[in-house]
Design a protein around this ligand. Structure first.
Ligand code: AMP
Ligand code: ZN
Length: 155
């Protein structure tokens, strides 16, 4: 059993799903000395900040000083990886001009992940934004999905 910093306990994937439902994300965090988020305000409850920090487990796929990529807990394709900034940004629409280079970097990481995962036959990168965009976790993330033929249009 792993006990998270917020005092909740994690026992396998089923519990992670419950945490996903119980913990939304909020606004604001800054990078700590070793790249981990230092939470402020509502970002203290952000599940993806906790994944970056390591207090919620994840299967790492790729990481660097700006980003972290990990396996989606509920994959919608044979390969389904989430690429996130280490910094808490609630959504694509919340990224201001000062984050332009970071946004480009995340897209580059998505392509790197696809190469590393052997998705040469093609793949899809998706960013859900806001309520109507179907965003469930309020920490910017790029879905990298592949390993099967994707349908169009998406639902
Ligand atoms: P979205 O609907 O675009 O906000 O996507 C959120 C994604 O996060 C979904 O595909 C979930 O399966 C995934 N997810 C939620 N909690 C976790 C977790 N603890 N570890 C990995 N992926 C997660
Ligand atoms: Zn966050």
């Amino acid at each position: 059993m792993i006990v998270g910093q917020a005092g909740f306990s994690i026992q396998g994937q089923k519990s992670l799903g419950r945490i996903f439902l119980e913990y939304g994300c909020g606004q604001g965090s800054t990078c700590g000395p070793r790249g981990a988020c230092v939470y402020t305000g509502l970002a203290m409850s952000c599940i993806f900040c906790k994944i970056v920090e390591g207090s919620i487990p994840s299967k790492a796929v790729h990481q660097d000083e700006l980003s972290y990529a990990f396996a989606d807990i509920d994959p919608k394709a044979p390969v389904h990886v989430l690429v996130i900034p280490r910094e808490h940004i609630a959504a694509l629409s919340e990224a201001d001009e000062s984050r332009k280079a970071l946004l480009g970097h995340l897209m580059w990481v998505a392509a790197e992940v696809a190469r590393e995962q052997g998705l040469g036959a093609g793949y899809r990168v998706v960013v859900n934004n806001g309520k109507n965009g179907g965003q469930a976790v309020d920490h910017l993330h790029l879905h990298v999905m592949g390993g099967r033929q994707m349908a169009w249009p998406p639902g």
